[in-house]
Ligand binder design. Structure first.
Ligand SMILES: [Zn+2]
Length: 114
């Protein structure tokens, strides 16, 4: 399951940040996820509940901000946002593109108790 590998990566960060900040419990996890990851929010929450069971982040709430997919055309260097999986430069119709954003999986912040 795609979401489970994302959550496992996120969870490693949560554990490290909690340890660094002496958090005993984590209530809220603010995530930033690029739209290119195509995560299903319910699947992500389901995976999080499974992985966080019996840990300091058990029952924590996931708050997800999605980062738009921004591509740069390698031919004309224009930048544009990708919607509906259309990876074509709107100004010159080229498909040779570089991703500037949209692939992120980030833990933006944690809320918890010490
Ligand atoms: Zn172009």
């Amino acid at each position: 399951m795609h979401e489970l590998s994302i959550i496992t990566a996120i969870f490693n960060i949560i554990e490290k940040v909690s340890l660094d900040n002496n958090l005993k419990t984590v209530h809220k996890v603010h995530l930033k996820i690029g739209k290119m990851r195509q995560v299903i929010p319910d699947m992500l929450k389901f995976a999080f509940d499974a992985v966080s069971k019996d840990t300091i982040a058990e029952n924590a709430e996931l708050l997800i901000t999605y980062i738009p997919i921004i591509m740069k055309c390698k031919s004309c260097l224009c930048k544009f946002e990708v919607n509906e999986n259309i990876y074509i430069c709107p100004s010159c119709d080229q498909t040779d593109l570089e991703a500037l954003s949209g692939q992120e999986v980030l833990v933006d912040s944690l809320e918890g108790d010490k």
